[in-house]
Design a protein around this ligand. Structure first.
Ligand code: SF4
Length: 264
């Protein structure tokens, strides 16, 4: 039997089993997932189209092409959001396109990738989403667009975990190594890159195996207080944060019974 596990779930569990419980077992809505989600989605879709549909006969597109792709994505947005998105794309265009001799065609844009991992006689399909995969001279670069207002860098261990997950999946899918993971903050134009190495990968494989097995068996979902609590959307419901935490909202999913399979 194969258990399906997403990179986002594994990372959340790694950060704190209790937060995982709130988010995936009980499906508690959190403000962190609202806000400017619509603008973020439109930006992701526009960038996917910009790279996917460009003909690549001209070395770099003109701004008109960006403007055209953006105009396809503004239907669900308020006029203010549409303007804000256009400004964000303009900055992107100036910083990452205009100063290049050519816009390189990526290997893939906006998709899902899966990799298989066996641990303790259990088989896991690790799945994750990517925004863009670029070719490097000696491997691949995975680009993750971030549209949040504030730059929130994950802990180094979490980044390692993410790199490991994608390393495994990309190697199996494309037979190429992940060399770099880059977080591209669309609102500031900042790009933060992390190298991926074979040593790195081996270490992460062990961590992932242990975690995946642990997650599969967890029934307690113990809180894991730490720096992550400062930005946790579930702190008000968490007994590690408050002696008298808020009750979960009424529309929260009922407590699942003893489960044999992880929910997807
Ligand atoms: S507040 Fe901290 S301990 Fe509680 S669920 Fe969030 S991350 Fe976990």
């Amino acid at each position: 039997m194969t258990y399906l596990l997403s990179a986002a779930k594994l990372q959340t569990y790694y950060r704190c089993p209790r937060a995982y419980y709130f988010r995936y077992q009980r499906r508690v809505e959190s403000a962190a997932f609202f806000g400017s989600a619509a603008l973020g989605t439109s930006l992701h879709q526009a960038l996917a189209q910009i790279y996917q549909d460009w003909h690549y006969q001209d070395p770099i597109p003109r701004w008109d092409w960006f403007e055209y792709c953006w105009s396809q994505r503004v239907e669900e947005l308020t006029p203010t959001q549409a303007d804000e998105g256009r400004s964000i794309l303009k900055r992107y265009y100036k910083m990452f396109i205009l100063n290049q001799s050519a816009m390189r065609k990526p290997l893939a844009v906006e998709g899902r990738i899966q990799g298989l991992l066996r641990a303790e006689n259990l088989e896991f399909t690790l799945s994750g989403r990517y925004d863009r995969i670029d070719y490097l001279d000696d491997g691949l670069e995975l680009i993750d667009y971030k549209s949040a207002k504030e730059i929130e860098l994950a802990e180094p261990d979490e980044i390692d975990l993410q790199i490991g997950l994608y390393y495994l999946a990309l190697e199996q899918r494309y037979q190429r190594s992940l060399k770099r993971l880059s977080l591209l903050y669309l609102r500031t134009g900042e790009k933060i890159s992390f190298d991926a190495s074979p040593t790195h990968r081996e270490r992460v494989k062990t961590v992932i195996s242990d975690l995946a097995v642990e997650l599969r068996r967890d029934r307690k979902w113990l809180p894991f207080p730490g720096n992550q609590c400062n930005r946790c959307a579930y702190a008000r419901y968490c007994s590690a944060m408050r002696p008298d935490p808020d009750p979960l909202p009424e529309d929260t999913r009922p407590e699942p019974g003893l489960q044999l399979v992880l929910s997807i």
